[in-house]
Design a protein around this ligand. Sequence first.
Ligand code: UDX
Length: 477
Amino acid sequence: MAAAAHVLVFPFPVQGHINCMLHFATALVGAGVHVTFLHTEHNLRRLGGRASASSPAGSPRLRFLSIPDGLPDDHRRSVADLLELYKSLAAEAMGPYRALLTPSPTTGSRAADVGVDPTGGFPPVTCLVADGLLPWAFHAAEELGVPAIAFRTASACSLLLFELGELPFPAGGDLDESVRGVPGMESLLRRRDLPSLCRRPNETDDVDPALRVLVKLSAHSGKARALILNTTASLEQSALAHIAPRMRDLFAVGPLHAMSPAASCSSLLREDDGCTAWLDCQADRSVVYASLGSLATISRDQFTELFSGLVAAGYPFLWVLRPDMVEASQDAALQEAARGAGGSKARIVAWAPQRDVLRHCAEGCFLTHAGWNSTLEAVVEGVPTVCWPFSADQQINSRFVGAVWRTGLDMKDVCNRAVVEKTVREAMESAEIRRSAQALAQQVRRDVAVGGSSATEFDRLVKFIKKLSTSSAVLGQ
Ligand code: UDX
């Protein structure tokens, strides 16, 4: 017998993962599915009323619950602490998490044991969609009879990479040598386009522990009922074709932020609300928007080079300078100094409404760390990008921008003030780059429109989820 579909959506608790999984949750709600979105207690407190404000208007089918992450509230949870967060979440969240999935003997509601109003109208959880970084969440769900689907927030190509078998590269090797093991990318990817943890620093150093974890997680996604990716065939056809046979099923449903425009704020930092008014006063396509995402940190020297390059390029710029972004600096003092030195042409903010900024007519180009969400957001708006990648999948994403889609320029490895100035100027002025960016935007918009590849895949996914909600599937048969 078919049960009402109720999906527990569980992202790894950092901004980039929350954003795209909330877009996914919103799209599911739009398709008539009940969704419980699982935050950590720390993040839900930071979001405050903004979390529920992001519930699609009038939808009683979306709710936000939380579990502990095991870290003290004043812990920084910065990029350097991600492994600690990863371990402590697995250790501390398991009990409350299992309670969410276990039907209460009295009400039948799986959420009753964690203090949620069991009469809230939510049926028992019938399916889990969890971040691929949380394998323990999959095991527990399947053990309790709840089918589990994996969601990876990075690009398809960056996932293939960890199945290479060529990693890590030997110390001292030529970084311009081609990477042979990523099918379909043989003539495009060089060693320097892979995350730095793929390089062995010297002969005696062991493999980076994070690389071991990523290789294991990549193999794990193949065991889930299916894998969901926030990408589309127009962007990564070859990588998708090579991943599909390794998975039980594969759904490429991105870019999700364009599939579910109703999703609103999931920002852990408060957005500066003066950005739009400032952009309104700038000429069309005159502004450089610079943001290095939610996790990257830079040294004081890198800050100076980037800032000087932006000033020298001569365009008005809007720069996101997160409070924790520049190492060993007094945040407020630094922001103040930057504001002063940038003069009337610069607007410095701690956090911007990025998607609104990118779609504003004053936007000329985007200097980005090439995180996957930021990359997709620029692609959808047809905005030329200048990429300064730091870690994880960003090195590969920036190679796609510069060499595959040709929608921007890849500034990796050398990012001094002269390079920043020259590259920003070129991205602002190149008619060819803008043409490519706009052509790709049109193609990707067709993918998410009715009848497009991502929209069709999303419909197939909803049917798949609804099928899993039959009582036999819930019992894992
Ligand atoms: C990282 C990885 O780089 C990314 O590829 C991976 O998939 C998730 O983890 P992050 O550094 O957060 O992510 O970058 P990105 O993926 O680009 O996500 C940042 C998000 O924050 C974007 O959705 C962006 O719109 C948003 N943002 C950023 C804002 O809303 N305001 C800002 O000022 C800056």
